[in-house]
Design a protein around this ligand. Structure first.
Ligand code: FES
Length: 255
């Protein structure tokens, strides 16, 4: 076991050795990710998702693993991992529940939804109810606009959409997740769990029991979202053509 001090949370943690957490299978996946890019450092974002699929968060050993695989310093990896909110520095639950509390959702009930879930779970932003990773454990977070304002108020579970929520429906959804159920999202792919989603975000679609086409089985756009495009089609509206002589900016020289 290795003792680590996490400077972002000021907590000591005891973890198994890095080679045990990131075994040969994970290293093989890391190599596949690196092969997709002309420069290894460009693979950092999917590599951090791979780490989350293994650890359920990005620990110090995960940062060191990325640095080692990509020939970066731990400080460079840490700067990226702490900048983006999708990378979690403390262990997450089986699912992550993201409640949009941006302006439109907040005005239509998002704040009440968040408050109700926070009270029910007994946790605040970026905190986990239950034992991280175990069945029924949930991480709650405030989210900025989830790009579904026409379906407000919305929340996501493992980044899948649950549209037009109310405090009561959101509470029922969370209770179902705590019972180990996986209610179908309003649109998009079937619900899995946080770590499986992270593996998909790393570019791997090989989850156990997956069938070809699973990821596109659900409706991908709601009628509300398509209404404008439908009206334009009915009325024969088109966007202005690009002028033939529009200047094409040159590509920057590669150093
Ligand atoms: S404000 Fe909630 S999705 Fe845009």
């Amino acid at each position: 076991m290795t003792e680590q001090f996490d400077f972002t949370t000021t907590e000591h943690t005891i973890s198994p050795p890095r080679e045990q957490v990131f075994g040969e299978d994970v290293r093989a996946d890391a190599r596949k990710i690196v092969e997709r890019y002309p420069e290894s450092r460009s693979a950092l974002l999917p590599m951090l998702h791979l780490v989350q699929s293994v650890q359920g968060h990005v620990g110090n050993d995960g940062i060191e693993f990325c640095a080692e695989q990509l020939a970066l310093s731990a400080a460079e990896v840490s700067a990226v991992a702490t900048f983006y909110t999708m990378y979690k520095r403390t262990p997450c639950g089986r699912h992550i529940v993201s409640v949009c509390t941006n302006t439109l959702c907040a005005a239509l009930g998002g704040d009440e939804i968040y408050k109700g879930l926070s009270e029910h779970l007994g946790v605040g932003h970026d905190e986990t109810a239950g034992t991280p990773g175990e069945e029924g454990s949930l991480t709650l977070e405030h989210a900025e606009c989830l790009a579904a304002c026409d379906l407000a108020p919305v929340l996501q579970v493992d980044y899948e959409y649950y549209d037009k929520q109310q405090p009561e429906s959101a509470l029922e959804l969370v209770k179902a997740l705590q019972r180990g159920e996986k209610p179908a999202p309003t649109r998009g792919a079937p619900l899995t769990d946080f770590r499986t989603t992270e593996r998909q975000l790393a570019g791997f679609f090989d989850r156990p029991g997956a069938r070809l086409g699973d990821t596109v089985d659900g409706p991908s756009a709601a009628p509300e979202t398509l209404r404008g495009a439908g009206m334009a089609e009915q009325r024969g509206w088109t966007s202005p053509a690009m002028p033939d002589d529009a200047p094409i900016p040159p590509l920057p020289e590669k150093e």
